[in-house]
Design a binder for this molecule. Structure first.
Ligand code: NAP
Ligand code: HSE
Length: 429
């Protein structure tokens, strides 16, 4: 083989890092055949050198400091699979770019917070940053957007991009368990991040959505503008009632460029039960991309885990080995527009659940509040009475979030409301 080997410096030997080691070792011949050069690991880094790891690392130099690893003369590509948006990951990535290395990372938090500055630095230095593994694990969604759909104006990006949340919601749905019961089980099984709020608070999925939005709409990453709401308040009652009306509840990300600006939301939504998103079970991810020429495409697959995530890391490494060099977000970072965040989300139908005192005129008072807020009722159901209380479910016609909030604010003054109402957006998918 005439071309020089591509030499990787691997920072992080956890789930993803060990998966990368295994692919590099298992598929050395296959990768060389596909790229025309060998891909080798020269040095690795992790915190604890004495830890027993499920791979043979004896042929690799060890660096205690990831910055030292990133700047080694025998490293061409710095592979960052440590995690965290500050500290070692940020310092080593910046050092790698300054030292003239290409970067492959699985770290969505790092790019959601520092993607623009890192991309500018990399492009000024003539280096690339690749991050297929950072969004939806094994699903090649970054490649789909930056390459496969490059001839489209992207209209909307949607997806279920946090496997842990989908695992919790589908177990609640299928087994009738409470949020807390499934959350505890997921934590025991090691499915949740060390800080579980990154998962159940929607933050991890929000990071991913902000990266897709940057590529899709040619705008700077603006994670701070993502409307975030986690799944902690989704109740088994809402899951059951939604199902009864033909819907499922998902932690759904939606990004679209509207006349009012860039809309980015990662919130629990009702989606039709028979839609691909509604059918999505367990830890699987799904990303829906809509382009003006292609229409809608749906990508589905494993969003996490050793093999799937390492598969995506290696796809980026192989692109670099093949000489494919694209700007981080699909166009030069200096040309990305500063997005104007849409102040309010596109109007949608809403699911409203509340408990009313079961007395004459109660429902009429609620209907009046909705009408006065400009919200029109599409469907209404009253479920089995519980003593003096009547659980009521309303599905509205399309309404703006502000109008829904306005109506709910008025409910309190009716004297017929028991407890707090629940409002969940219904997404047209
Ligand atoms: P992990 O299992 O916790 O492994 C992290 C690795 O980084 C460990 O080997 C750790 O060393 C090392 N590390 C952490 N801080 C370090 C430091 N300051 N200096 C040197 N080494 C350090 O994490 P992971 O699940 O592999 O995830 C890695 C990255 O991939 C994260 O950005 C994550 O968000 C992303 N990702 C993960 C998945 C997944 O399925 N796990 C999917 C998509 C993206 P020790 O082993 O010595 O503690
Ligand atoms: N915590 C993430 C998830 C891991 O559950 O999807 C992959 O990013």
């Amino acid at each position: 083989m005439s071309a020089a080997p591509l030499r990787l410096g691997l920072a992080g030997l956890g789930t993803v890092g060990i998966g990368v080691v295994k692919i590099v070792q298992r598929h050395a011949a296959l990768i060389a055949a596909r790229t025309g050069r060998e891909v080798v690991i020269t040095a690795v880094s992790a915190r604890d050198r004495s830890k027993n790891r499920d791979a043979d690392l004896s042929g690799y130099a060890w660096e205690t400091d990831p910055v030292a690893l990133a700047t080694r003369a025998d490293v061409d590509v710095f592979v960052e699979v440590m995690g965290g948006h500050e500290g070692a990951a940020r310092a080593a990535t910046e050092a790698a770019i300054a030292a003239g290395k290409d970067v492959v990372t699985a770290n969505k938090a790092l790019l959601a917070h520092h993607g623009q500055s890192l991309a500018l630095a990399a492009e000024a230095a003539g280096r690339v940053i690749r991050f297929e593994a950072a969004v939806a694990g094994g699903i090649p969604v970054i490649k789909a957007l930056t390459e496969g759909l490059a001839g489209n104006q992207i209209r909307r990006v949607m997806g279920v991009m946090n496997g842990s949340c989908n695992y919790i919601l589908t177990r609640m749905q299928n087994e009738g368990l409470s949020y807390q019961e499934v959350f505890d089980a997921a934590q025991q099984l090691g499915y949740l991040e060390a800080d579980p709020n990154l998962d159940v608070g929607g933050i991890d999925a929000g990071h991913k959505l902000s990266l897709l939005a940057a590529i899709a709409f040619g705008t700077r990453v603006s994670f701070d503008a993502v409307e975030l709401e986690g799944i902690g308040n989704v109740s088994i009652d809402d899951i059951r009632l939604a199902e009864d009306m033909g819907y499922r509840i998902k932690l759904l990300g939606v990004a679209q460029l509207t006349g009012r600006g860039l809309e980015q939301r990662m919130t629990p939504c009702l989606v039709p039960a028979d839609s691909p998103l509604g059918q999505l079970q367990g830890g699987t991810n799904m990303v829906v991309l809509e382009g003006d020429s292609v229409g809608q495409i749906v990508l589905r697959g494993p969003g996490a885990g050793e093999g799937p995530t390492a598969s995506a890391v290696m796809a980026d490494v192989i692109d670099i080995a093949r000489g494919l060099r694209l700007p981080t977000f699909g166009q030069p970072a200096a040309t990305l527009a500063t997005p104007v965040a849409a102040r309010t989300a596109t109007p949608a139908p809403w699911y409203l659940r509340m408990t009313l005192l079961d007395k004459p005129g109660a429902l009429a008072k609620i209907a009046t509040c909705l009408g006065e807020a400009g919200v029109s009722i599409d469907q209404m159901r009253q479920y089995g009475h519980q003593g003096a209380n009547a659980p009521v479910l309303i599905v509205t016609h399309k309404a703006a979030r502000d109008d829904i909030d306005h109506a709910i604010g008025r409910f309190a003054g009716t004297g017929v409301l028991v407890g707090a109402p629940v409002a969940i957006r219904i997404e047209e998918v």
